[in-house]
Write a new protein. Sequence first.
Length: 122
Amino acid sequence: MTTLFPRCAPDTSTSDEPQPYGAPSAALMARAESGFEKFLERIGEGEQDAEEPEQSSASSFFHEDVHPWLHKKVRDVASRGEGELTAVVHEKTNGRVVRVAYIRATSNVEWTTAADNIQLVT
């Protein structure tokens, strides 16, 4: 039985030859290695990238106090539920930070959803 996309080792050939599907080129591997080294150096020195400064609107309790839709009626796209946006919190999940929206319906039942899944109800 033959497979359409055989697994292969990272590319060690010249850039003129066609690459198998899914195999990173030698140039990409070199860029990744140099980028990771720069990242480690920057972390060690405590510097931030000048192009993308880290900005967060979260307060000391990881809440977004200045979200423009706080205490306004919103709709959760995933569940189609509507209610008042009570908080947007930055929560650490699986090693990454996720923005979570807390919504309270008129029945006082509260649920969470991803902050990107909410719409303002006009």
